[in-house]
Write a protein that binds this ligand. Structure first.
Ligand code: IDP
Ligand code: MG
Length: 151
């Protein structure tokens, strides 16, 4: 079972889309295992986006992610990393598939509402950046076999 880090970024929080985004992930069958609402310190933003340091949009990206609170979450499920990226849609909202969050609610790449880990390696490291191990909740849902079960 995979786990992946999801952020509702400051534009998603300001626009009142936390519930919509959580609802879509819940409806997909994914399981919430951690959540916190916080203002992002600059040093946390820099660690999270270290891979983009030096790019033209880096300074603006750090300003954006630290400009207002974010909702940070960990979601679990079979193929959760790819499934969540698909639910979010492509980085550039005008290239995001219809029905995805970025398609349905966004227009600008610099205001694309969400973050989601892009590989098993980044998921592990990003979860460790945002959450302590004891903040991850291991729990069972009676419905799990109806969502994750294989025939
Ligand atoms: P991702 O969030 O879909 O994984 P990345 O390429 O990892 O996309 O970029 C991280 C974030 O940086 C994007 O979600 C977006 O907010 C921002 N970003 C990426 N490319 C640009 C750009 O060309 N201009 C402005 N912001 C960008
Ligand atoms: Mg990325």
């Amino acid at each position: 079972m995979e786990r992946t880090l999801v952020l509702v970024k400051p534009d998603g929080v300001q626009r009142g889309l936390i519930g919509e985004i959580i609802a879509r992930l819940e409806r997909r069958g994914l399981k919430l295992v951690a959540a916190k609402f916080l203002s992002v310190p600059k040093d946390l933003a820099e660690v999270h986006y270290a891979v983009h340091k030096g790019k033209s949009f880096y300074d603006g990206l750090i300003r954006y992610i630290t400009s207002a609170p974010v909702m940070a979450m960990v979601w679990e499920g079979e193929n959760a990393i790819a499934a969540v990226r698909q639910t979010m849609g492509a980085t550039r909202p005008v290239e995001a598939a219809p029905g995805s969050i970025r398609h349905d609610f966004a227009l600008e790449v610099g205001r694309n509402l969400t973050h989601a880990s892009d590989s098993p390696e980044t998921a592990l490291s990003e979860i460790a950046i945002w959450f302590k191990p004891e903040e991850l909740v291991n729990w069972q849902r009676p419905i799990d076999d109806w969502v994750f079960g294989k025939n």
